[in-house]
Ligand binder design. Structure first.
Ligand SMILES: C[S@@+](CC[C@H](N)C(=O)[O-])C[C@H]1O[C@@H](n2cnc3c(N)ncnc32)[C@H](O)[C@@H]1O
Length: 277
C-alpha cells in the first residue's frame, strides 16, 4: 500500500523524468543507479532518495553482496539510508514503475544542482590564475543526448574549464544525458546561454581565442599552436556550425579524414580537439 505522500513523490519523479529536469533557476533532476546516486550524494544537493524495499533491507541488514552493491561504490548511499533522512522506501513493484533502466538497481535520487557560475564574475580569471590555462568547449545545438553525455564525460577527463551550451542544445538534465555523463555533470562547470554570439564576443574581449571545428577548415588540428586561453566551437550533428557562430572564430580547424567519410561524430571531434588543445 503506497501512502499518499509517497504517491506524490512518485508523481513528482515521473514529471521530472518526463521534463528532463528543470533547467532554469532550480536545477532539480533525477538520477538513477548506485554509482550516480552515490556521486550525487558526494557532490550535489540531494533532496530525496527513493530506495526499493529489497535494497533497503539489504542495506540495513548489512547483506549487500547479494545485490552487487559494493560498499566502495555505494558508501554514501549506505550512510544516507542508515541515517534515514530524506528517504522514501517503496515496494519493489513501485520502484520498477518509476525506474528508467532495464535492470533497476533499487535507488533513485532527486538532486538540486546550483549554477556553476562559469560565466559570472571573475570565475574564468580565477581559473586562469590557478592553472595558467582556460579551455572552454562551446556547443552550438548539440542535439543527441548520448553525444552530449560523452562530451561532458570527456571534457572533465581532458581538463576542460567549462562547457558553454547554446540554447538549442539538448537538455543536460535529460535522464539519458545524465546517465552517459557518468557523474561528470556534478563536477564539470557548464552554462546554457540564450545569446551564444554575444557570449563569444564577450569572451573574445577577455582575450580568449576561438577555434571553429569546420569541414571547410584548412589548418589541421595538430598543426596549430593553441592559445592558453582557448575556446573550441562544435557544431550541430546535422547542420554543423552556423555561419553566425563560425564567423566569430579566429581559426577554422579541420581534423583530417581519409576514405569517403564526410565528417566525424560531433563527440569524437570534440574529444580529439579537447585533448589536442
Ligand atoms: C557531424 S559534424 C556536422 C556535419 C555537417 N554536415 C557539416 O557540414 O558540418 C558535427 C560537428 O563535428 C565537428 N566535426 C566533425 N568532423 C570534423 C572534422 N573532420 N573536422 C573538424 N570538425 C569536425 C564540427 O564541429 C561539426 O560541426
Amino acid at each position: 500500500m503506497i501512502s499518499s505522500k509517497d504517491n506524490k513523490r512518485i508523481k513528482y519523479i515521473r514529471s521530472l523524468l518526463e521534463k528532463g529536469g528543470i533547467r532554469k533557476k532550480n536545477h532539480s533532476f533525477v538520477v538513477e543507479g548506485i554509482k550516480l546516486v552515490d556521486e550525487a550524494l558526494e557532490y550535489g544537493n540531494v533532496l530525496d532518495i527513493i530506495v526499493s524495499e529489497s535494497l533497503y533491507h539489504e542495506i540495513v541488514s548489512g547483506d549487500l553482496a547479494r545485490n552487487g552493491l559494493l560498499s566502495d561504490n555505494g558508501k554514501h548511499i549506505i550512510k544516507q539510508v542508515k541515517q534515514g533522512t530524506s528517504l522514501t522506501v517503496v515496494s519493489d513493484a513501485v520502484f520498477k514503475s518509476v525506474s528508467e533502466t532495464i535492470t533497476p538497481q533499487g535507488v533513485i535520487a532527486v538532486v538540486d544542482m546550483p549554477e556553476s557560475g562559469l560565466l559570472e564574475g571573475d570565475y574564468l580569471k580565477k581559473a586562469y590564475e590557478k592553472s595558467g590555462k582556460i579551455k572552454l568547449l562551446v556547443l552550438e545545438d548539440t542535439a543527441d543526448p548520448g553525444n552530449m553525455g560523452t562530451i561532458m564525460r570527456t571534457a572533465e577527463a581532458a581538463g576542460v574549464t567549462g562547457v558553454i551550451m547554446g540554447k538549442g542544445t539538448v537538455d543536460v538534465f535529460n535522464p539519458k544525458v545524465v546517465r552517459s555523463t557518468m557523474g561528470s555533470i556534478f563536477r564539470l562547470p557548464f552554462a546554457y546561454v540564450d545569446d551564444l554570439k554575444a557570449v563569444i564576443l564577450g569572451l573574445k574581449r577577455d582575450g580568449i581565442s576561438f577555434y571553429a571545428t569546420h569541414l571547410k577548415g584548412k589548418e589541421s588540428y595538430r598543426d596549430i599552436s593553441y592559445s592558453d586561453k582557448a575556446g573550441i566551437l562544435i557544431g550541430n550533428e546535422a547542420r554543423g556550425l552556423s555561419d553566425k557562430i563560425a564567423n566569430l572564430a579566429d581559426t577554422y580547424v579541420i581534423i583530417p579524414m581519409q576514405g569517403k567519410v564526410e565528417s566525424l561524430n560531433a563527440a569524437v571531434a570534440a574529444a580529439l580537439m579537447m585533448y589536442e588543445v
